[in-house]
Design a protein around this ligand. Structure first.
Ligand SMILES: Cc1ncc(COP(=O)(O)O)c(C=O)c1O
Length: 416
């Protein structure tokens, strides 16, 4: 076995992909699995995007292109941010990337040195920690509380600056994965006031900007001075169902964009021009299809959250945004002596021989997620209903739970 770096030992991959692999393995072995674990759209990529991607291949637009992105996509992205969110940005504020995730890494490479502290609200998107650790950053967790609808608390930002010796960066994510929490304009205003003018930067992760269920999407970028201190990441993965194309973009000050471009150049060279042309078409031509799809997502979120909330000992409010629901299952976990991730794995593997429901335990998003499950709505409505109907019987089958815990004692709550 080769000797790996400390990083390889330290980082944990996104567990959703491991559960997905297990779900597919069980399905290949003949079990019916309703997959609600992965945050992907069940819809096809939007029409103009597909056509433009195919056209780029046909005209042989299939070679290297600029590291910052093709000018057409940088312009289209700036227009999108102006039209959709009223932001005053131009093409030179934009850098293209293979999705939004890449910007977590580029942001940390650009701004975090070993020993610098980074505030992460938790539960959190799991790859934030890996990307901060890549740079030897120190992670300072602050809780997202259910009683605050999982909104970031500006008081935690104030405390971060007060108690940490080298506070350097803050990760914000609204609408939030996994909780569905949405920061209010007031939350963002208070946070902006605390950050503005300090030697500190914000990574504002906004993949769900089209999935705010009440009112318009708000970004910290709206606040004066914040464009100079923020890298905000957007993606076509969710709103245009383009996760497999690997295409997104970030907005920042042009000097920051140039620095991120250097990092992209040395890591990736460039993003596939095929995906970039598809994104140009999506942003310019597919908004009607996108909006219709968002309405379908909203209905699915209502269906799933109301269905879950009606189950005994489960409490689930309608999330403010995203296509995730994050029910509190603490009472069930305590009664069955099982961790919430154990409960998720039981629903997939142990509850029934023929049918399984794949979801994630809240712990997949850090210890602060314990006691919750995360379901995505990435299925047709009939399957969502079947999944909800499956749960009460599964929770009540104590013999099956006991057998599952005997086979997997690490999921016993009392073993923690
Ligand atoms: C909060 C958050 N950030 C980033 C990503 C990654 O998105 P992309 O597919 O655009 O890389 C996701 C995807 O699930 C997400 O939920």
């Amino acid at each position: 076995m080769p000797r790996f770096s400390r990083l390889v030992h330290a980082i944990e991959p996104e567990i959703a992909f491991e559960v997905l692999a297990r779900a597919r393995e069980l399905a290949a072995a003949g079990k019916e699995v309703i997959e609600l674990e992965i945050g992907d759209s069940p819809f096809p990529s939007t029409a103009a995007a597909k056509k433009a991607g195919a056209a780029a291949i046909r005209r042989n637009d299939t070679r290297y292109c600029p590291s910052l992105g093709i000018p057409e996509l940088r312009r289209a992205a700036a227009d999108y941010l102006s039209d959709a969110h009223g932001l005053d940005v131009r093409a030179d504020h934009i850098i293209v990337g293979p999705g939004a995730k890449t910007f977590e890494q580029l942001f940390c490479e650009a701004f975090v040195d070993a020993g610098d502290s980074v505030l992460v609200f938790s539960p959190h998107f799991p790859t934030y920690t890996a990307n901060i650790l890549r740079r030897g950053g120190r992670i300072w967790f602050a809780p997202l509380r259910e009683e605050r609808q999982f909104r970031p608390d500006p008081a935690d930002v104030e405390r971060f600056f007060r108690v940490e010796q080298r506070p350097r960066a803050i990760f914000l994510n609204s609408p939030h994965n996994p909780t569905g929490g949405v920061a209010t304009a007031e939350d963002l205003c208070l946070i902006a006031d605390l950050v503005c003018g300090r030697d500190a930067m914000i990574f504002s992760d906004e993949p769900y900007d089209q999935m705010v269920w009440n009112g318009p999407h708000r970004s910290i970028l709206e606040h004066p001075g914040m464009l100079e201190q923020t890298v905000a990441a957007y993606t076509l993965s969710k709103s245009y169902s383009m996760s497999g194309w690997r295409i997104g973009f970030a907005v920042a000050d042009p000097e920051v964009v140039a620095a991120l471009g250097k990092l992209t150049n040395t890591a990736l060279s460039c993003v596939s021009p095929i995906a970039q042309w598809a994104a140009v078409a999506a942003l310019q031509e597919d908004h009607e299809e996108r909006d219709k799809t968002m309405l379908k997502f909203r209905r699915k979120v209502v269906l799933l959250s109301q269905g879950l909330d009606a189950i005994d000992d489960v409490s689930c409010s309608m999330p403010g945004g995203t296509f995730y629901v994050f029910p509190n299952v603490k009472r069930i976990c305590e009664r069955l002596d099982i961790t919430s991730h154990g409960l998720a794995m039981y629903l997939l593997e142990g509850a029934d021989d023929k049918l399984g429901v794949a979801c994630l335990g809240g712990e997949c998003f850090g210890p602060a997620g314990a006691g919750f499950l995360r379901f995505s709505c990435a299925q047709d409505d009939k399957q969502i209903k079947r999944a909800v109907d499956f749960l009460p019987g599964a929770f009540a089958n104590t013999a099956r739970v006991e057998q599952f815990l005997a086979d997997h004692p690490r999921f016993r709550l009392s073993n923690r």
